[in-house]
Design a protein around this ligand. Structure first.
Ligand SMILES: [Zn+2]
Length: 270
């Protein structure tokens, strides 16, 4: 790995470089790191913001939405003047202003079984900042098969959940073997969400992503961290690998071709 940080970079990242746990080697690892952020909404916004500030050299952003006024209460990388723009474009503009060291690779589309593998396998770490179960299962399955770690986060009204899924730990299907029936879990548009909540959860996902690139610290493996903004409490809930898990268990699938990602996201028996 090249350690050729220039004078501007030594200045910009000096508060990283001065720490023994990161140093110039760690900063070089961040600069050569590639992180894919699935979703440029409430969770994705702080993730993109802090990864860019930290000098993660390549940030991929997948999102098919455009910026709406009702997003701005929480999606802090998008501005009033961005309304109507694709979120990936608004995200790219934000990062360009923040840090010229960072390249943003934009995917203005939904992640689907047809494009997921070609997009995801290009990255070192994936941050799942999506808002729906089919995408979470798809990201889980493709990353597991490709050996890519995931910093997962989810939010609901005043509550957040996060966990880190690594190739040799339990996967998202071990944690949630079955998706809720479509329509039974309301989204932010119908239930509302505290504007600052995704900021807290997204920053924690960004923390995990940076540590994965630096290969340092403890990860939230086999642990769901549950955050309640109402009483400002954090609870750690352990979970285990399921030997019968269709994606990481004893008889795991070797491709996603047979998996249904709409509705219940079932892995079919044959
Ligand atoms: Zn599993």
């Amino acid at each position: 790995m090249s350690l050729s940080l220039d004078a501007t970079q030594l200045d910009r990242y000096s508060r990283h470089i001065i720490m023994d746990e990161i140093g110039p080697e760690g900063q070089a690892a961040l600069l050569s790191g590639r992180v894919l952020v699935i979703g440029a909404g409430g969770l994705g916004a702080p993730v993109i913001q802090y990864l860019a500030a930290a000098g993660v050299g390549t940030i991929g952003v997948v999102d098919d939405d455009v910026v709406e006024r009702s997003n701005l209460q929480r999606q802090v990388i998008h501005a009033d003047s961005d309304i109507g723009l694709p979120k990936v474009e608004s995200a790219e503009r934000f990062v360009e202003r923040l840090n010229p060291d960072v390249t943003v690779e934009t995917y203005h589309c939904r992640l689907t079984p047809d494009n997921a593998e070609s997009i995801i396998t290009d990255y070192d770490v994936v941050v799942d900042a999506s808002d729906n179960f089919p995408t979470r299962y798809l990201v889980n399955d493709v990353c597991r098969l490709a050996g890519i770690p995931i910093a997962h986060g989810a939010i609901y009204k005043f509550e957040g959940q996060l966990t880190t899924l690594v190739p040799d730990g339990p996967c998202y299907r071990c944690l949630f073997p079955e998706a809720p029936e479509p329509g039974t879990v309301p989204d932010c548009a119908t239930t509302g969400v505290l504007g600052v909540l995704p900021g807290t959860v997204g920053c924690l996902q960004a923390t995990e992503a940076v540590k994965l690139l630096l290969d340092t610290g403890e990860r939230l493996i086999g642990t769901m961290l549950c955050y309640d903004a109402m009483d400002l409490s954090f609870e750690r809930v352990p979970y285990r690998q399921n030997p019968a898990c269709p994606v990481c268990g004893d008889d795991a699938i070797d491709g996603i071709e047979a998996v249904e990602y709409t509705g219940g996201c079932q892995v079919s028996g044959d």
